[in-house]
Design a protein around this ligand. Structure first.
Ligand code: PLP
Length: 222
C-alpha cells in the first residue's frame, strides 16, 4: 500500500459523508470508531496524531499489553467491541471507557461492581451462526431492565455484527432489525457497519461505524 493513513482516513470520511448525504442525515450523527485490534500501540498513536479519538479493540488481554505503551492521549476513548468473559470484567472496566458487548445480566452486574461509571451497549445476536456472541432478541427486554438498574452503567444503545458477506446488501435486514429493537427500548445509539458495509449501515440508521481494514489495511492472522 502506497497510500498513507491520512489518505485512507479521508477516504473513509468521504464514504461516511456521501452515505449521510444520500440518507439525508447529518455527518455529525455518525461516529467513526477506528478498530485497531492486532495493530501495535504505535498505530494508535499515529491515528491519534492525525485527529482520531475513538478506538475499538477486541481483546482485553491484547489491549492490556498495549495500553502501558501509549502516552497520555487526552480526549481519546477506548471501546471494547469483542466478546467479554465475566472473569475479565474488572480488567475491562479499568481499561475501557465503553463496553459495546454486554450480553448478560451477570456480566452487567460484574461491570457495575467495578464502581467506575461507564457507558455500555448491548450486543445483540441476530443470526444463527454458532460462533457469534450476543443477547438473544427475546431476552433483550430483561437485559435492558437489568442494566438500567445498575447504578454505574449508562446504557446508550445496541451493537450487532451480521454474518460476513462480500455483498453489503446482505447486512441490511440485520441493521434494520437492530434499529427497530433500539427504537422499541428508547436507545439512541446503534453500533453497526464495518469497512465493507458502512454505507448500508448508515442508511439504516447507524450512529457508530466500526472500521478497521479500510483505515489500517489487512490484518495478519494472529
Ligand atoms: C474487526 C472488527 C471490526 C472491523 O472490521 P473491518 O472489516 O476490518 O472494518 C468491526 N467490528 C468488530 C466487532 C470487529 O471485530
Amino acid at each position: 500500500m502506497t497510500d498513507t493513513l491520512q489518505d485512507r482516513w479521508e477516504a473513509v470520511r468521504a464514504r461516511i459523508a456521501a452515505a449521510c448525504a444520500k440518507a439525508g442525515r447529518s455527518e455529525s450523527d455518525v461516529l467513526l470508531l477506528a478498530v485497531t485490534k492486532v495493530f501495535p500501540a504505535t498505530v494508535i498513536e499515529e491515528a491519534y496524531a492525525l485527529g482520531m479519538r475513538e478506538f475499538g479493540e477486541n481483546y482485553v488481554q491484547e489491549f492490556e499489553g498495549k495500553r502501558p505503551l501509549l502516552p497520555e492521549l487526552p480526549g481519546a476513548r477506548f471501546h471494547l467491541i469483542g466478546h467479554l468473559q465475566s472473569n475479565k470484567s474488572k480488567k475491562a472496566a479499568e481499561l475501557f471507557d465503553v463496553v459495546q458487548t454486554v450480553d448478560s445480566a451477570k456480566l452487567a452486574r460484574r461491570l457495575d461492581e467495578g464502581g467506575k461509571p461507564m457507558e455500555v451497549m448491548i450486543e445483540v445476536k441476530l443470526s444463527e451462526e454458532d460462533a457469534k456472541h450476543g443477547c438473544d432478541p427475546a431476552e433483550l427486554p430483561a437485559l435492558v431492565e437489568a442494566i438500567r438498574s445498575c447504578a454505574n452503567l449508562r446504557l446508550t444503545g445496541l451493537m450487532t455484527m451480521p454474518p460476513w458477506d462480500e455483498d453489503a446488501e446482505k447486512s441490511r435486514p440485520y441493521f434494520a432489525r437492530l434499529r427497530e429493537l433500539a427504537a422499541a427500548h428508547g436507545l439512541p445509539r446503534l453500533s453497526m457497519g464495518m469497512s465493507n458495509d458502512l454505507e448500508v449501515a448508515i442508511q439504516e440508521g447507524s450512529t457508530i461505524v466500526r472500521v478497521g481494514t479500510a483505515l489500517f489495511g489487512r490484518r495478519k492472522k494472529p
